[in-house]
Design a protein around this ligand. Structure first.
Ligand code: ATP
Ligand code: MG
Length: 429
């Protein structure tokens, strides 16, 4: 194995000894008699200092290399308090592992920014930038924190089918596909399966889920393929139990990220505060009252982007729940409470990041709601069957991972928080 991650693991004991390091040549500064190569890997950078009169052949070879070429370099590790890391490498030997073509389709350290589409078209290079590496280091820690927290609460991680015959989320469109001689769909969420799981005795489950949504709108906060933390828990009293889980999870994630990923947060120039629990809860009616004068929406409409922002600005809270939505704005499986649903959205800086609810667990009521919403009950027979032989009261939520990260890191576009975004026009790379 070639040695990488050297900016972290070289220490004073390596001074004076010969080491071999490998990485991408980020930059070459040739001053004539001396040249500096900046070598980069995931953990940082080091300086390779090559002196012409000491190693003329090597000097010629190294200064002629193109940026982003992958090399391994063997040389003396020497203390030098003038350079980053307090040491440099004086090379004796170099191997070119992969020569980069030039010009690059996208610069890694160029000051002039490329347009957004060019960065996404060349995502493998774009992801070499340190800000982008930090986003995905934070995303990784976000998931680690989620696994820690949910396991501490007795949840079991599950994986449910992504190819299905029914589509639960009324409002959004589905992608259809040919499944041998039948028509099938990509799931919009694991909703139906995680509810079926409540009939199995696995009373607390979660999934790092894929959502496939054929929404036509092309916004800075929607993807057509996105991921979410989706959980479901049984034997709840009502939706309050679910909100408590959502806010405790959020707080845990924020504590974990700000302690474990502080340096990445610094690179992205963000220092979020740890939210206090319980988060503020306002009902749909109260939220509508707050913004009444600034919107034309009427009772029974769902909040749009604009309304969500207005509510956020008026409330002046980082995280808050909006509860008790009008029943008709929520999917058929939401538990009714008079003309309201036992549902909630969690907002982060005026943007919805999660939706959840207590679900209907009574077979008859579920059928009634589906009939009321003019749904084809036959299509859902497999789902409904799970409610006929012992289904405990339950509820859950789905929290969008990219949405959360986009708000946390203030990156302005959700596409930056997923490796290879899929949107209305983009299906590659
Ligand atoms: P929105 O109204 O913001 O479009 P939604 O209410 O349709 O979202 P839900 O079905 O409630 O979405 O999904 C739960 C969470 O999953 C959302 O709160 C959001 O964080 C995330 N999410 C949903 N759809 C998308 C999408 N198209 N792109 C990115 N994240 C999404
Ligand atoms: Mg929602």
């Amino acid at each position: 194995m070639l040695r990488t991650h050297y900016s972290q693991d070289v220490d004073t004991k390596d001074y004076g000894s010969t080491v071999t390091v490998a990485g991408w040549i980020e930059d070459i500064r040739n001053l004539g008699g001396i040249a500096f190569l900046i070598l980069r890997d995931r953990t940082g950078k080091i300086q390779v200092t090559v002196i012409k009169k000491e190693t003329p052949e090597l000097f010629k070879e190294l200064v002629s290399l193109s940026r982003e070429t992958v090399v391994s370099i063997t040389g003396l590790c020497q203390e030098n308090t003038q350079v980053m890391n307090n040491w440099e490498i004086l090379p004796q030997q170099a191997h070119i592992l992969s020569l980069a073509e030039s010009p690059l389709p996208l610069g890694v350290i160029d000051k002039v920014g490329a347009d957004f589409d060019t960065t996404l078209d060349n995502r493998f290079i774009d992801l070499r930038k340190k800000e982008n590496q930090s986003i995905f280091a934070i995303r990784d820690a976000f998931l680690t924190a989620t696994h820690h927290f949910l396991h501490s609460q007795g949840f079991l991680e599950i994986h449910t089918p992504k190819i299905t015959t029914t589509s639960p989320e009324g409002g959004t469109e589905v992608f259809s596909l040919q499944y041998f001689d039948r028509k099938a769909y990509l799931v919009q969420s694991p909703q139906l399966y995680k509810q079926i799981m409540m009939a199995t005795g696995f009373d607390r489950v979660y999934e790092i889920a894929w959502y496939f949504r054929a929404e036509e709108h092309d916004t800075s906060r929607h993807l057509n393929e996105s991921t979410a933390i989706d959980l479901e828990m049984a034997f709840i009293d009502n939706e309050e139990d679910i909100m408590k889980m959502a806010e405790d999870l959020t707080q845990y994630i924020m504590i974990y990220l700000t302690t474990q990923r502080k340096s990445d947060m610094d690179i992205l120039a963000t220092s979020p505060e740890i939210p206090q629990t319980p988060f503020t809860r306002i009902t749909y009616d109260e939220a509508l009252d707050l913004i009444q004068k600034k919107t034309d929406m009427t009772w029974g409409d769902d909040f749009g982007t604009l309304e969500e922002r207005l509510i956020g600005e008026t409330l002046q809270e980082t995280f808050y729940f909006i509860t008790q939505y009008p029943l008709e704005t929520k999917p058929f499986y939401s538990m009714p409470n008079g003309k309201y649903a036992r549902s909630f959205d969690l907002s982060y800086q005026g943007v919805e990041i999660a939706s959840g609810a207590q679900r209907i667990h009574q077979h008859d009521l579920l059928q009634k709601r589906m009939a009321h919403m003019a749904m084809d009950i036959d299509n859902f027979s497999e789902y409904l069957k799970a409610f006929r032989y012992g289904m405990p009261p339950h509820g859950g939520f789905g929290l969008g991972i990219e949405r959360f990260l986009m708000e946390l890191l203030q990156v302005g576009n959700i596409r930056k928080c997923i490796l290879f975004p899929r949107d209305r026009t983009r299906l590659t790379p």
